[in-house]
Write a protein that binds this ligand. Structure first.
Ligand code: NDP
Ligand code: HEM
Length: 487
């Protein structure tokens, strides 16, 4: 959206009437009170009262830019999605974020980073709403609100609570993988440009023959991984709380466009059935040795938004936004998210949030949703076709967009996802990738965050680290001991 050129144009009210005086209110007499009939004053104050909308319940602090996805590889045998065909170039927008902090939070806090992408494809919007980590803290959507409560403020103290965080994590062994990443170097990237992005969940691709494969999406930074230590971040936050905004906006403004190599890992339906772990469990990665990443394209960010509120704050992503040739998977967290995001947007932005310019698809939209607050887009050209089916030539379904059927079997029940689930091998594989200095920083970062929590909670968590690797448990104990010799 290029800004309107309003240089030297007359100031108007919102109804378009030119304003004669924008300096003084209408008063009864030179020294008297203002009059209720000063609609110009009232309009101004009333608009100011409504300048804020609810912030996102999570991922409230964010930074974003427009860009392009260019497909350089060939996975046309796996998917009919036009956006993924060789040579395709698709306009997109990205929003990066921290998870826990409110809108005014400092950018350089240790946290997972959101890595959310909206692709304006010619077949509708495709949103990939991922993080800078390939896994997540919990694997059942029923636990997401509980987990988030531990990251937000305590109801009485209104402070963030280390006790709540470690209590929850130590009672949730499936969080170990993500916790290990969070307290490793990658838990505090220098800028949005210096981190990878991951779709995290398992998604699917399907082709015109009705064949489906499972996929994971990866976005590998071309700027290199760069991270701050806690001490460096403290120093940065002392200087600026907006370091990510400055870095992202600045680099694009200078014409240095950040890029990411786009990769997919592919798994056949048959392979999924033979794996020793659940490939739809978002606390697990697919080992590269078994499922090698295939390079398919390049993502580039190359245009700053002209209006942060309109283009980034009102940006609404949803994992429910998939297009022909790209589908979901049985990942239960993903199913929770397919519901949660559009629901959040209807509350935060309003019923017709998808008609806002930044969310509007760049292809024709024909639906039968009718009225509601802020219905600002025009009527369909055929006013008699406002229900379906109709005899007046209204929009109709197209069965060529049908996703291949997915076989589901087994009884309906609340299965214990912890039973027989190995929560330790993959964090161990990660731990063993770290060199001694990385391990030392991991231990120190964990100890700093855990220091002061009740002993029983700390001991339960250390027991879990011990099961990942004896050196992990011993290292954290030693780092805690260094902070507090009594421990
Ligand atoms: P590989 O050795 O093939 O992959 C290791 C991966 O670890 C690389 O992708 C590397 O990312 C990433 N990595 C390196 N340092 C860190 C860090 N401090 N924090 C997070 N990730 C890091 O082994 P596997 O595929 O068998 O995976 C081993 C472990 O690596 C996994 O258990 C998981 O924790 C982690 N990992 C795996 C990924 C996957 O999709 N298989 C993706 C990311 C992490 P890069 O290439 O960008 O340097
Ligand atoms: C934002 C819910 C898991 C990544 C949000 C928002 C909600 C939400 C309600 C705010 C949306 C808004 O107001 O715009 C959930 C639920 C989850 C879940 C219910 C689990 C059941 C995840 C996971 C990831 C993730 C696993 C990453 C893999 C994000 C990102 C944003 C976000 C990146 C910010 C999007 C933006 O920039 O606008 N989530 N989430 N979430 N979530 Fe989740």
């Amino acid at each position: 959206m290029p800004p309107q050129d309003d240089r030297n144009s007359p100031l108007t009210t919102t109804s378009g009437a030119p304003v004669a005086d924008n300096q003084t209110s209408l008063t009864a007499g030179d020294r008297g009170p203002v009059l209720l009939q000063d609609w110009q004053l009232i309009e101004k104050l009333a608009h100011q009262n409504r300048e804020r909308i609810p912030e996102r319940v999570v991922h409230a602090k964010g930074w974003g830019a427009h860009g392009t996805l260019r497909i350089t590889g060939d996975i046309s045998h796996l998917t009919c999605a036009k956006v993924l065909q060789p040579g395709a170039e698709t306009p997109m927008i990205a929003r990066f974020s921290t998870v826990a902090g409110e809108m005014g939070a400092a950018d350089h806090e240790r946290d997972v980073r959101g890595f959310a992408l909206k692709f304006y494809t010619e077949e509708g919007n495709w949103d990939l709403v991922g993080n800078n980590t390939p896994v997540f803290f919990v694997r059942d959507p029923l636990k997401f609100p509980d987990f988030i409560h531990t990251q937000k403020r305590h109801p009485r103290t209104n402070l963030r609570s280390a006790t709540a965080m470690w209590d929850f994590w130590s009672l949730s062994p499936e969080s170990l993988h993500q916790v290990t990443i969070l307290f490793s170097d990658r838990g505090l990237p220098v800028s949005p440009m210096h981190m990878n992005g991951y779709g995290s969940h398992t998604y699917s691709l399907w082709n015109d023959k009705g064949e489906r494969v499972w996929v994971k999406f990866h976005f590998k930074t071309c700027q290199g991984h760069r991270h701050y230590t806690n001490a460096q971040a403290e120093e940065v936050v002392g200087r600026t709380r907006e370091g990510y905004q400055e870095a992202l906006f600045g680099t694009i403004e200078e014409g240095n466009y950040p890029r990411w190599i786009v990769q997919v890992q592919v798994m056949t339906e048959a392979q999924a059935g033979e794996l020793p772990f659940n490939p739809f469990d978002v606390t697990k990665v697919w080992p590269h040795a078994d499922f090698p990443p295939i390079e398919i394209g390049v993502l580039e960010l190359n245009r700053n938004p002209d209006n942060y509120f309109a283009e980034i704050e009102q940006l609404a992503f949803s994992p429910s936004n998939v297009v022909r040739g790209i589908g979901h998977s049985p990942d239960r967290m993903l199913q929770g998210r397919i519901f949660a995001y559009a629901d959040a947007h209807r509350y935060r932005l309003g019923t017709h949030y998808e008609a806002l310019p930044v969310n509007r698809p760049r292809c024709p939209v024909h639906h039968y949703h009718k009225d509601g607050a802020m219905r600002f887009f025009g009527d369909m050209t055929n006013p008699d076709a406002y229900y379906e089916p109709n005899s007046f030539g209204g929009p109709v379904e197209d069965e060529s967009f049908t996703e291949p059927p997915l076989q589901i079997e087994g009884p309906t029940a609340r299965f214990d996802h912890r039973e027989g689930n190995d929560d330790f091998s993959q964090p161990r594989a990660l731990f063993l990738l770290f060199d001694d200095a990385q391990k030392a920083r991991l231990f120190a970062n964990i100890a700093a965050a855990m220091h002061g929590v009740p002993d029983a909670i700390a001991e339960r968590q250390i027991e879990l680290f011990q099961q990942v690797h004896p050196d992990f448990g011993v290292g954290v104990c030693a780092a805690l001991d260094a902070l507090d010799p009594q421990f």
